[in-house]
Design a protein around this ligand. Structure first.
Ligand code: 5GP
Ligand code: ZN
Length: 138
């Protein structure tokens, strides 16, 4: 199983450093984030080391959501939350600081004061231009 001895999440997988583990199976681990955005904020990771979701082997990437679906209802019950966001920061400008593939599960409450995405208005022409720039690459 690929592991990176300098990676903090690989160290958690290998039990070299402690974590509050919520779920573990042969291929995945879910544990509480040490700096939570909200109570119950958890991370789901594949045990195989990869830098990010694009670098991950398809089978490692594909199983992540199944683990989210398994643990999220228990997290919500455990912290009395009514909703959650999932987040995948990919690359430094997107806020990724740990370069081992992971999904954030962030429990949410009514009126919890947390901001969601900062969206802004955009014109139809601008949308079309952006689409034209992306489409040739698919
Ligand atoms: P990123 O910003 O890379 O998407 O998220 C990495 C997350 O890992 C951060 O929310 C951070 O709080 C969490 N984190 C970093 N180091 C540790 C650690 O040693 N233990 C735990 N449990 N979480 C960590
Ligand atoms: Zn790693």
């Amino acid at each position: 199983m690929p592991s990176d001895s300098t990676c903090i999440f690989c160290k958690i997988i290998n039990k070299e450093i402690p974590a509050d583990i919520l779920y573990e199976d042969a291929h995945y681990l879910c544990f509480l984030d040490i700096h939570p955005i909200s109570p119950g904020h958890a991370l789901v990771i594949p045990k195989n080391h990869s830098r990010d979701i694009l670098d991950a082997a398809p089978k490692d990437r594909e199983g992540l959501l199944a683990v989210v679906a398994k643990v999220a209802p228990a997290i919500l019950k455990g912290v009395h939350a009514t909703a959650f966001n999932i987040g995948i920061n990919t690359g430094k400008p997107a806020g990724q600081v740990v370069f081992h593939t992971h999904i954030h599960i962030i429990p949410r409450q009514d009126e919890d004061g947390l901001k969601s995405w900062d969206a802004h208005k955009i014109g139809i022409k601008e949308l079309q231009l952006i689409r034209a720039g992306i489409s040739p690459h698919l």
